[in-house]
Write a new protein. Structure first.
Length: 210
């Protein structure tokens, strides 16, 4: 089995999680209660210990396989290959390694805090730290959509309508989801335990509240 094939099959499995996860955050655009209710339902599946560990292992493997592909393929020659490589590098080094480590660290060292909407909102709302976390989440979503659009470009070159639709969805969701976390669509006030988490975890000058 080639690295490309492994990356492909792994992507099919990971996309089940990614679609559910991003849809869950889309529901957060209209309110926190529904978002949390759906997250509780999804957790019945992905929080089963063996599934959760498998999800982490497969994401880390996907990063390693993706890097292997970049090294093997060498310098990209066409625009979509550049988009695939740059989005892959962003997903790996600037988004997923941090996102996955943050979730793992929470499970291991701060397990009393529910890592729900408010957890993500806490870091985006903190000032000045939110200036880092807003674009971090925005480009995370955009990179996933760009990466998949490139895959569709190479696999189904005739799907010309799908590409701009996917890219535009990535930009809109990339901006809208972090905007929901900072309270652009309805008021989001952080419960005390999330304020305590910020205070316990980060230097005070990074996490003043607006
Ligand atoms: C969430 C993680 C990821 C998913 C869901 C994903 C998904 C995909 C998919 C579906 C393809 C097309 C495969 C095919 O058509 O057979 C692909 C190709 C590719 N991915 Fe990823 N990917 C992920 C992460 C990464 C990372 C982290 C990197 C690099 C650091 C990367 C680099 C690449 C490259 C270079 C290709 C082109 C392969 C080739 O045509 O030779 N991917 N990816
Ligand atoms: C704005 C975008 C995103 C936000 C706000 C966000 C937020 C979160 C939150 C709050 C959790 C904890 C979930 C829980 O405790 O049940 C989580 C977990 C996770 N996220 Fe994201 N996420 C985003 C995008 C992504 C993307 C694009 C990916 C993958 C490519 C991803 C992969 C994961 C994984 C693997 C977990 C661990 C799930 C588990 O606990 O087993 N996230 N994320």
């Amino acid at each position: 089995m080639t690295i490309k094939r492994l990356h492909h099959y792994n992507a099919v499995f990971l996309l089940l999680f990614i679609v559910a996860h991003i849809t869950n955050h889309m529901i957060g655009l209209v309110g926190i209660e529904n978002h949390i209710a759906i997250m509780d339902m999804l957790r019945v599946v992905y929080r089963v210990q063996v599934i959760e560990i498998a999800v982490f292992i497969l994401f880390f493997s996907q990063i390693a396989l993706g890097l292997g592909l970049i090294l093997k393929r060498g310098m990209p020659r066409v625009r979509w290959a550049w988009i695939q490589a740059i989005s892959g590098v962003y997903i790996a080094f600037f988004f997923l390694l941090q996102h996955l480590s943050a979730v793992i660290m929470m499970r291991l060292t701060y397990a009393q805090l529910d890592t729900n909407f408010y957890w993500a909102a806490s870091v985006v709302q903190a000032n000045p730290m939110g200036w880092y976390f807003f674009p971090y989440y925005a480009f995370g979503i955009m990179s996933i959509f760009a990466h998949l659009t490139a895959a569709i470009h190479f696999r189904w070159p005739d799907a010309v309508i799908l590409r701009p639709v996917l890219l535009a969805s990535g930009v809109v969701l990339g901006l809208a989801i972090p905007a929901s976390l900072i309270g652009s669509f309805y008021e989001v006030s952080l419960p005390q335990e999330y304020l305590d988490y910020l205070r316990d975890t980060y230097p005070s000058w990074l996490v003043t509240q607006n």
